[in-house]
Design a protein around this ligand. Structure first.
Ligand code: NAD
Length: 508
């Protein structure tokens, strides 16, 4: 079953509303997307595909609310995040259940995502410290210079389907603590968890009405955000093509923008790697969330002689063959469905084409039952992938692991560095020397050594290199505070004309 477009209600399923000015209001959209549970196929909601009018309503409310919020003391803004953190903490299970139903991942994985999202709130709670400026006194007679950080104004986030809780929370708390108003446009494919987050924000009395808004939609809503003169900065996460589009259009409109894009992450396996750890980390990375993570390792680069490579491959094949595919709601499921039946069809076509090109399907996920939602695909391992084949170069975003064979660590790093992406690269080895060389030479923003999904915690920046990002500043960490603030440098003279006349030092 694929999410379908409708203009008229076909059932009594709920149509989502917008959150604007602290109230839930109807969208002006005349088209809707039917959002379904990828596991069961159940129709969950009609998602309005809004545009300029919806975005404009949110911007008006946001601008009004931000005027007072930017004058609210930074420590009071931070305190609002303490409350938000507590509210989210009390709703972990509920948020995770919404992710399972709407996006399809397993409950444990969804719970881990919610935990990561809450960590971003915790990291942003320290905003008061990060907002402190700098000063240098006595640069001239009675003259001092000081740097202040101020909010950029109204900011928007456009988020992808694969982390409907965590990724909105990469941005919302950092934007608020730095004094901005925040507008969220979640993925139209699974907006229910984002809707609940915004509802929970509404329960925090310290966050004034209008400061956080929710709009729904797809390309038209995104264009309306990019073009609206009342939006000062845009955070985007999604595929590389959309990231480039968003970054270009937002920049043309004079906005500050950070656009995080897609990935093709290589996992390098040295012959000395710990076999058990490596196999479990590789299958967790490649097949967890059905490979729909920007940090998913989608290539295993096996280093060594043919015999050593075969031994590494066998470990991966054994582990992958044991995985069960099924709905995320089933506790026994290892590999959850992909986002919809259309995505499954696309992935099956990719595997078919690879097979026609002579690539060997050593674990075949096409044989798995597609399930009630038509979106299940089992773990798939493709051996003998040429370095220039689509499987080696393009992000497939599904439970498909390509295997590349090389002789040395240098060859492996050279292969990984040739990618147009640069989100993450992983090394499995017990050698400190290999790990050091890898750390020094691998061209990616987030590296892992013996860690299959090297997603940094929220106190560190999250962002890749090359086509995995169109931005100077990443999400989270110090970058999160920097992106949402502008610096102002003030030079002052105090002490009257007598101090200036007294001279000494540099004259202004
Ligand atoms: P997507 O690019 O299809 O959609 C992302 C957002 O852009 C959605 O809100 C969507 O409504 C909007 N959008 C989609 N097409 C558009 C268009 N043509 N014009 C304007 N807006 C458009 O991405 P997705 O499929 O939802 O998410 C998966 C992608 O996100 C993968 O490529 C994955 O690697 C990437 N991702 C990257 C990171 C990272 O940190 N770099 C994190 C998570 C996901």
């Amino acid at each position: 079953m694929t999410d379908t477009l409708t203009s008229e209600p076909t059932t009594d399923v709920r149509t989502l509303k917008l959150f604007v000015g602290g109230a839930w209001i109807d969208s002006t959209a005349d088209q809707h997307l039917e959002s379904r549970d990828p596991g069961s196929g159940e129709l969950l909601a009609r998602v309005p595909l809004g545009g300029a009018a919806d975005v404009d309503a949110a911007v008006r409310a946001a601008r009004e609310a931000q005027r007072a919020w930017r004058r609210t003391a930074p420590q009071v803004r931070a305190r609002a995040l303490y409350r938000l953190r507590d509210v989210l903490d009390r709703h972990r299970d509920e948020l995770a259940a919404l992710v399972v139903a709407d996006m399809g991942k397993t409950f444990d994985d969804a719970l881990a995502e919610v935990g990561r999202g809450i960590e971003s709130v915790e990291a942003a709670m320290g905003g008061t410290h990060h907002l402190k400026g700098q000063n240098l006194e006595g640069i001239g007679t009675g003259v001092d210079v000081e740097l202040h950080r101020q909010p950029v104004g109204v900011v928007a986030a456009i988020t992808p389907f694969n982390f409907p809780v965590m990724i909105p929370l990469w941005f919302l708390p950092f934007a608020l603590v730095t004094g901005n108003a925040f507008i969220l446009k979640p993925s139209e494919q699974d907006p229910l968890a984002s809707e609940r987050i915004v509802e929970l924000v509404g329960q925090v009395d310290e966050i004034p009405a209008g400061l956080v808004s929710l709009v729904h939609g797809a390309k038209d809503a995104v264009n309306a955000i990019l073009d609206h003169p009342g939006i000062d900065a845009v955070s985007f996460v999604g595929s590389a093509t959309t990231a480039r589009y968003v970054a270009t259009r937002a920049t043309e409109q004079g906005k500050r923008v950070q656009a995080l894009g897609g990935a093709k992450n290589a996992m390098i396996v040295m012959p000395d790697a710990d076999p058990k750890l490596t196999a479990s980390q590789i299958v967790g990375s490649a097949f967890g969330a059905a490979g729909q993570r920007c940090m998913a390792g989608s290539l295993a680069v096996l280093v060594g002689t043919q015999e050593e490579q075969d031994r590494s491959l066998q470990l991966i094949v054994d582990a992958a063959s044991k995985l069960t595919s099924g709905p995320g709601s089933d506790r026994a499921t290892d590999v959850c469905p992909v986002i919809n039946a259309g995505s499954r069809e696309r992935l099956v076509a990719e595997i078919d084409a690879a097979e026609r090109d002579g690539i060997e399907v050593v674990v075949d996920g096409r044989t798995a039952d597609a399930g009630a939602g038509g979106a299940n695909l089992g773990a798939t391992v493709l051996d003998g992938v040429p370095a220039d084949h689509r499987v080696a170069t393009e992000e497939l975003f599904g439970p498909v692991l390509g295997v590349i064979r090389v002789a040395t660590l240098d060859d492996a790093i050279e292969f990984a560095n040739a990618s147009r992406y640069g989100n993450s690269t992983i090394l499995f080895s017990e050698s400190g020397g290999a790990a050091r060389e890898f750390r020094y030479s691998a061209d990616a923003g987030m590296l892992g050594v013996n860690v299959g999904v090297a997603a940094p915690i929220a106190w560190m920046p999250f962002g890749g290199w090359n086509d995995s990002i169109d931005a100077d500043l990443s999400a989270n960490g110090e970058d999160g505070f920097r992106f949402y603030t502008r610096q102002k440098v003030v030079t002052t003279r105090w002490g009257g004309t007598s101090a200036a006349a007294a001279g000494g030092g540099m004259r202004f």
